[in-house]
Design a protein around this ligand. Structure first.
Ligand SMILES: Nc1nc2c(ncn2[C@@H]2O[C@H](COP(=O)(O)OP(=O)(O)OP(=O)(O)O)[C@@H](O)[C@H]2O)c(=O)[nH]1
Length: 317
């Protein structure tokens, strides 16, 4: 063949699959807060994409992670934990994001804690539409000490919903995650990939910057800070630099509800805020392959979770 005639498929990459053999589909991950959705997504994608934390409600946005392996491209939609105590504008916005994420997908992973089924789980299950296959992912299997206890529970779950399959896993066990991937692969329609083979997320670096700062904020303040605290990226600019291939300047504001929360974030002589900044910078430098300069501010905005317009202005639809 004349080399000039050779046509490269941009989505295919090296050693790629011919388009005709490609499978690709959208997989939604749903479940009540804290069941391990983000941990599972990160394990499925093979790299940290969504932000995890011990605190419930840390995932507020729909985040997609992408994994391409062999002929299969898995496109994952993470969803915010379903908040059952309704009321504030923030919670209404979270619930809307959950319902939005589960329509129009090829398969739903409904994540629960193995051996448990609580009213909040039932509420999420009620949102699932007929017609889309639902896999029951019974996570945190490692916390079930007597495996025999799980059999009656599995039977009970089969009564609750016509699950396409039940997959007990521990999101922290690579072999379980691989098994779950193999199950998911069966639900991907045969169609050309939507993304390049190496792409991991369609979120912008600016979005990831906000998520990384938020993760550090929650990790370093422990249980002291309510989840209504948030992070707004005010500036995200790439600047020319004589010393670095890439140099990115970021300014972010941590928005809290009370003066007392502001003091917690700042810490003794500003130590905590400084650590949040340093840890966020180090992680972003790795993620983006760039030198990063980050400046953090803390502002008090009382009751913002109750104010619909303000919730929108912070990027929650
Ligand atoms: N023992 C054990 N812990 C797990 C497992 N999967 C997740 N966890 C832990 O469960 C907690 C919650 O995990 P997340 O992944 O943040 O949960 P989430 O469902 O995304 O939570 P929201 O963001 O609140 O909706 C974290 O402390 C995880 O380390 C698992 O398989 N076994």
């Amino acid at each position: 063949m004349n080399p000039e005639e050779e046509v490269q498929d941009p989505a295919a990459g090296d050693g790629a699959q011919p388009e005709a053999a490609q499978h690709c589909g959208l997989i939604a991950i749903v479940g009540k807060p804290n069941v391990g959705k983000s941990t599972l997504l990160n394990a499925l994608v093979g790299q940290k994409i969504s932000i995890t934390s011990r605190k419930a409600q840390t995932t507020r946005h729909r985040i997609t992670g992408i994994r391409t392996e062999g002929p299969n491209q898995f496109v994952f939609a993470d969803t915010p934990g379903f908040q059952t105590r309704h009321g504030t504008a923030l919670n209404r916005s979270l619930n809307k994001a959950v319902t939005g994420a589960i329509s129009d997908v090829d398969v739903v992973l409904f994540v629960v804690e193995a051996g448990r089924f609580q009213p909040a789980d039932a509420q999420v299950l009620k949102l699932l539409k007929p017609g889309i296959p639902v896999l029951l992912v019974a996570n945190k299997l490692d916390t079930v000490h007597r495996r025999a206890d799980i059999a009656p529970w599995l039977q009970e779950m089969q009564q609750r919903h016509p699950f396409a399959e039940i997959v007990p896993v521990s999101a922290k066990q690579p072999k379980d995650v691989k098994r779950l991937m193999d199950v998911c692969a069966r639900y991907l329609p045969r169609q050309p990939w939507w993304y390049g083979e190496d792409e991991l997320t369609d979120r912008s670096e600016k979005f990831l910057a906000g998520e990384v700062v938020r993760e550090k904020l929650f990790r370093l303040t422990g249980e002291e800070l309510p989840y209504t605290s948030t992070v707004v990226i005010d500036k995200f600019e790439e600047e020319p630099s004589p010393k670095h291939d890439r140099f990115v300047r970021i300014a972010a504001t941590i928005v809290v509800e009370r003066d007392g929360h502001k003091a917690i974030v700042i810490g003794d002589k500003g130590e905590r805020l400084k650590r949040i900044g340093t840890e966020a910078r180090q992680e972003l430098e790795k993620l983006m392959g760039a030198k990063v300069f980050i400046e953090l501010w803390v502002k008090v905005r009382g009751g913002w979770a109750d104010d619909e317009a303000r919730v929108k202005s912070f990027g929650y639809e």
